[in-house]
Write a new protein. Structure first.
Lengths: 123, 123
DNA sequence: TCTCCTAGTTTCTACTGGAAACTTTCTATC
DNA sequence: GATAGAAAGTTTCCAGTAGAAACTAGGAGA
């Protein structure tokens, strides 16, 4: 198994992937899809604060990268379902680890921010 | 163990943390610091393509969040060393998993992009 | 007929990223 | 003595992107 790729290199294509993953909304979408397929407006409602534009842009990018699939059902008002691909599935463990690290360590981060702000404010 | 925090909620402070971690440069910096303290210009040289402005901004934010520490040595031209804090250390496993997922799965992503572009280009 | 549902696109503004130049303090070199 | 270089940034400018809100389209239901 050769590892010709190196995230520290500029021109390296892994930078493009890292750019995609290093996106708050992309992480939340991937994490939300972990439990099964979800429709557009359902995602929109679940992921509080995301706009329709950014949701559709992000979904399109994730689909292009082969991380999620888009299935259209010709129902009455057309239904579109998004789901993780096998490739996307290999990512969710890492992604949810990141999201839940934030939940677990929130208190420590808030405390650090408070003491940092107190120190620089007193300057 | 209470989990009052939820990344899917808008106003939730975890969103702030997720915003910080969902940053290409922050991830690369944390990953680069995993092996020990590094100086400013050393980081700048190692992480190809980062600008001085963004490097200093990102370091400042990570320091504020308590993930890295900044130590100034009053040497001839002043030397500044950045290192992971214990809190930051708890993140590196996850962060490097993300960075190296990109390296491992690059080929699959590039293939997916190519077939996606071929399909939509033929439309 | 009026309104809501689906899944988006469009428009506008405000913020942020990246490139390049400038700052400051000291050492070493010509 | 003047010049250049290295450390760690800050400042300036421009372009691209995020977010908010309105608009599209084609039915279903009151």
């Amino acid at each position: 198994m050769k590892h010709a790729y190196n995230v520290y290199e500029d021109r390296c294509p892994t930078r493009l992937v890292l750019d995609r993953l290093a996106d708050k909304w992309a992480l939340l979408i991937l994490d939300r899809l972990e439990d099964g397929p979800v429709r557009f407006n359902h995602l929109r409602r679940d992921i509080k604060g995301i706009s329709q534009k950014v949701l559709s842009q992000t979904l399109k990018k994730l689909e292009r990268d082969g991380l999620i699939s888009r299935t259209v059902f010709p129902t009455v008002p057309v239904t579109v379902e998004y789901a993780l691909t096998p490739l996307g599935l290999t990512l969710t463990e890492t992604v949810s680890a990141l999201a839940h690290w934030a939940e677990r360590n929130m208190d420590a981060v808030l405390a650090a921010q408070a003491s940092y702000d107190a120190a620089s404010g007193a300057r």
